[in-house]
Structures are given as structure tokens and as C-alpha cells.
Design a binder for this molecule. Sequence first.
Ligand SMILES: [Zn+2]
Length: 405
Amino acid sequence: MNIIIAPFVYIDGTYKRDMAIIFDKIIHDVCPAKEIPDIYRDIPTVYLEANSVLYPGFINAHVHLEFSSNETTLTYGEFMPWLESVMANRDEIAKRSDKKSMEMALEAMLASGITSIGAISSFGSDLEVCANAKQRVVYFNEVIGSNEAFIDDFYASFEKRFLASHRYNSHKFKASVAIHSPYSVHPKLLRMAIELAKLYKTPLTSHLLESREEREWLKENSGGFRAFFEKLFGVKESVTDIESFLEAFDAYPTLFVHATQVYEDEIKRLQHSGHSIAHCPRSNRLLGQDRLKIEAIEDRIPYCLATDGKSSNWSLNIFDEMRAALMLHAHLDLHKLAASLLKSITVNPAQALGLNCGIIAKELSADFSIVRLRDEPKSLDDIALWTILHTNNVDKVYIQGEQCV
Ligand SMILES: [Zn+2]
């Protein structure tokens, strides 16, 4: 058992002064530093430095480690040229993204205070690295395939990867299911993959309406995807539409990624089924996509800020992502947005990924990210903003009670 005494602790979206956290692998008590119960006397105590703020460990709900080596290979600016560049270069990038580059990606995330990740695995080449990560990993095996003739093959390859990862399940690693997207997964394959998620009770995620082109294709079989599918697969019609795709997820809360093109009907459906949205502002901006209107969804659908992979970003640092979000959502109230962004990397993703962390409270896992501000914050209400603006890497990180940084 250990005690940390922190000048500031983030609890229920507010900041409390001079608090004690008593923990081993889980948090046993949270109380004012002056009121530590006698039974905890004589326990080793760490006094954090002045102006330190203790947060629950940050959660990056959507990242692709297998694309960690991309910097100057893929085409940015618009969605279709980017997708075409992914198709042309993905094998090469995946090959270059060796164990070392994926471990460096995990270390960079850890340094910025990310203690849990939702890792999308397209090939399974990140399995060993993820199974040995210091972080908690929700390991999303991705299924893809739109050609009905090959559904059994697509499923077999996905199931094989899922079962291989399932062997590593532990208190820190959870084999899970990812659907690539509505345009790339045949409805029959979709149902089979969702059945597997239900059978093993795993978290479920899917890219959704990332681009204007995706919406046009799913709605009208037109736009940039038409030429893409015709050229690559000789296909002129989408395998599904938005409504039938979403229907398959009804009653199984899912983390939908991007959703920059969701309209009111879809928002209602997502809200009704208890789904959540992963919001990757830098990725959306770099691929020329619209802003996710977080003000339209926030009170209805929880959102989780995430970095996406280096296939559409320049860093996996969660503070870079929060600062980008502050700038991208320029017309929103600065202080409210800062507060909402901190929820979006703690309590919201913990719920979306089914993790027993994300809040500083009794019985939850002792995952902490500790930030040190240079000067005394003049107002408790400003700590969220100061944290986002003045932090690149955190001061200390604990995962499951063990100090990792
Ligand atoms: Zn993604």
C-alpha cells in the first residue's frame, strides 16, 4: 500500500486541493490530506511537488500502431488521395513499422501520460508489442472485406488473429473487435464479427462517416468512392447504407470513430443505443475533413479525444491533440472546452472501452498521470486550461499502482 499527497487532484471534473490517495493496485481511499485515517499511518508516502496536479491516467481510445513509421509517405489534404496512398503504401509502411518503432510509439504516448490505449490492429504485427506494453491495451482486431465471394476467407483471417490475441488476455490486455468501416465490410461479415464480439463480450469499435465521400457513396453510390471502387474492384454500388450498417450495432454500445459526417437521424440512433464517438481532430484536419461538431453531440453522445495513428498525424502526444482541438473548435468557450477535453481522455473513454479506470475514486485501478505546473494556478477553474497549454510530457505516471515514469 502507498499514499500520494497531491496539491491538486482532478475529481468529478473539478480540482480539489491537498488530497491523499491511498492505493495498491487499486485506489482504497481518497480524502483530504489532513484526514488520512489512522489505519493508514506508517504507509510509505510520496509528497508531490508544489503545483502538481494528479489526474486519472489518460486514455487514447483510437490509435494504429502498425502505421507508426509513416511521416512523409502518405498524401495529406483530401480523403481520396490519402486513401489511395494508403492502398499503395500500406504494406511498405507496415513493414517499416517494426517492433522498435511501435515500442517508441508506446513510449511517446506514456511520456504524455497515456496509460490506456485502444489499438486498432489490421495485420496482427503489433500483437507482441501490445501484449508486453506497460499500458493497458484494448486490442481491436480489425475485420475488412466487401466482396461477398470471399467472406469466409475474410472471417477466417480475422478470427485467427482474434483468437491469437485472446490468448494474451489479462488484467491489462483485452482482445477485442474492430469493424473497418461501412464501405469496406460486407453486411454478412459485419454480422459475423459483431456476433464474435457479443460471444466474447468484448469492446467494439468501427470507423464511421469519416469523409464527405463516404457519405455520398453510402447514400447515393456517387462521389470519390465510386471511381475508387470501380477501378479497384469493378464495383458500382455500396454493399450497405448508413441505416442498415448502424442497425447492426443496436443494443451493443460501440465506439464509432470520426463521425464527422453524422446528421441528426444518425445522432439520434447513436444516442439511443448508448454509443460513443472517438474524435481525432488532427487526423480529420490533415485529411481535409469537416470538424466534428462536438457542441451538437456532447450532451447526447460521449466523445473521446484520440490521436488516430501516425498514418494521419505527426505525433501521438495527447497534449498536442488537446491543443489542436482547442484551436480547431475556435468558436467554443475556451474554458468549457478545456474542461470537456479532459473528460474526453479520462472518464468517457474508460466507459467506452469498458475499463475500470478514468476516475479517481475508490475501487478503481490506480492509474495516475501527474502534471506539474510551473507556477501556482490563480484559480482552480483554470487548471484544465493551464494543464493543456503548458504540458508536453507529464511528470510521473502510475499504472495499476506501479510507477512507470
Ligand atoms: Zn483509424
